[in-house]
Design a protein. Structure first.
Length: 184
């Protein structure tokens, strides 16, 4: 069970600065203008590049939380951004190359860091359109890993879950089952 961020509800309305209700930490109503501030998980996209042997490309983090540890390529969606366009954008931002979206893996909740905000992560496998990738943005290093020899330093529970589901899909249905294209 994912627990909500330990931060208290916000005291003031972001629109008119009046007080917000404090009785429900997930739905706060402004006492003056009626604005409702919903506290919900931030949408994130995770891309799992696959090579022809079933290895996955992971990114070593260059930022906190979990600086220097490994995670799946991806990040936060921008406001009103199409999720698959955001997935492709994140791959380009972190690797410098474009990709083709292949297959849905899972959607799962997580926390950004030990006491961070709540996340809703959606994972897809992708095919990189070039092997000339280089670490960009908030990535220190990119490296291919076998699903049977993943790094120990995978701090996000949602990443570990997505990789376990991917491993199971490949073992059950074969690598070829994950190469159909859904979005370019």
């Amino acid at each position: 069970m994912i627990r909500p961020s330990p931060r208290p509800p916000f005291p003031y309305c972001p629109w008119c600065t009046s007080t917000l209700s404090q009785d429900n930490p997930f739905r706060q109503v402004c006492s003056r203008c009626g604005f409702i501030l919903y506290h919900s998980s931030s949408p994130c996209m995770g891309a799992i590049p696959l090579d022809s042997t079933g290895k996955v490309l992971l990114a070593q983090r260059a930022i906190e939380p979990f600086f220097g540890q490994w995670n799946i390529i991806g990040g936060f969606l921008n406001y009103q951004e199409d999720p698959l366009e955001g997935l492709v954008r994140e791959v380009r931002e972190e690797t410098g190359v474009d990709c083709t979206v292949l297959d849905f893996i899972t959607m799962t909740a997580d926390i950004y860091g030990e006491d961070g905000q709540a996340l809703m992560n959606t994972y897809f496998t992708v095919k990189l359109l070039s092997q000339e990738f280089t670490p960009q943005d908030d990535v220190r290093m990119l490296r291919w890993f076998s699903l049977d020899a993943l790094p120990d330093a995978l701090p996000f529970a949602s990443d570990r879950k997505a990789l376990a589901i991917l491993r199971h899909k490949i073992q059950s249905h074969g690598l070829h089952s994950l190469v159909r294209c859904h979005h370019e």
